[in-house]
Ligand binder design. Structure first.
Ligand SMILES: [Mn+2]
Length: 306
């Protein structure tokens, strides 16, 4: 300390942080300030956030492995689901497949939401029976080597989508593909979300959920599409499922984001979200770490009926 001018202190500035108690780190900060009152202090956070938001190739490999394990869980579940299974039984199938592939388990509390449960955004009870004709929204991801994967798939309990379910499903998938293509170096987070909002608005009009008047009368703060798609499209992914990473400066090569649009229709008894994890690349389309996980509606049906 005798040779140092400035002490960089770790403060928890994660945009989702919700720690209410004094942490060990907080006590350390107080101790440093008390014992070295003449030193300059600075925040380590902006430096760490910047470094952590951009993944090294070794980190991408570990994220890919986590996604591969999640894929294995999903393939298992496609064979398992049928009318009469319970949501927690599906959860158990994932966990079995994760652990036998050297994951420590779920990267975050899984959501297995059948029918209208999908319209409860953070439904984690996972305690209902899956009924014929319903959809099941599954937001699950395996951890691997402390890295998170974060996947959402929505599948029909009976193995076939109804025409209406399929129309909404395909619309969500198109929004996901178009949103993914926008993730390139130089893009601003806020502009990206605005653009995805426009894409979603078009799809909602196509589905008859919004009409032109809804869109003409919308306020910029509360666009009409938010009635059916009320959460963000993407977040950083890494050591945390909602990882640290800058959101206000242009996107950079090596950043890893989820892409997770959804359409939630309580009146029709279902909600659909689809989510993949992608890496921003220089001079190339984003790399989808979940590109090998089935997502096309017909493919899902074929696999469930194989
Ligand atoms: Mn996510």
């Amino acid at each position: 300390m005798g040779e140092a001018e400035t002490v960089y202190l770790n403060t928890n500035e994660h945009y989702r942080q919700a720690v209410e108690t004094q942490t060990r780190e907080d006590r350390f900060i107080e101790k440093v300030k008390r014992e070295f009152p003449a030193h300059k202090v600075a925040k380590s956070f902006p430096i760490l956030e910047d470094i952590r938001g951009v993944k090294e190739p070794e980190e991408i490999d570990l994220l890919q492995k986590a996604c591969d394990i999640t894929a294995q869980g999903f393939n298992r579940v496609l064979q398992f689901v049928r009318p009469g299974v319970w949501e927690y039984e599906i959860e158990a199938e994932y966990l079995h497949e994760f652990i036998r592939n050297k994951s420590k388990g779920f990267a975050y509390t899984p959501i297995i939401a059948s029918g209208n449960n999908a319209n409860v955004l953070h439904y984690i009870e996972n305690n209902k029976e899956c009924k014929a004709g319903d959809l099941i929204l599954m937001d699950v991801g395996a951890e691997y080597a402390n890295y998170s994967s974060d996947m959402t798939r929505t599948i029909p309990v009976s193995g076939r989508f109804s025409p209406r379910q399929k129309a909404v499903y395909d619309a969500v998938n198109r929004v996901k593909d178009k949103a993914t293509a926008l993730l390139t170096p130089g893009v601003l987070w806020k502009e990206y979300h605005k653009e995805v909002g426009l894409i979603m608005t078009d799809e909602l009009i196509g589905l008859g959920l919004l009409d032109k008047a809804d869109v003409q009368n919308q306020s910029p703060e509360h666009p009409a599409y938010k009635k059916y798609f009320m959460h963000g499209t993407s977040h950083h992914l890494g050591l945390n499922t909602h990882d640290y990473g800058v959101l206000k400066t242009p996107m950079k090569e090596g950043m890893v984001f989820t892409v997770e649009p959804g359409i939630y229709i309580p009146d029709e008894g279902f909600g659909i979200r689809l989510e993949d994890d992608v890496v921003i690349q220089q001079d190339a389309a984003p790399l989808n770490l979940m590109g090998h996980i089935p997502i096309i509606s017909e493919e899902i049906e074929d696999l469930m009926n194989a």
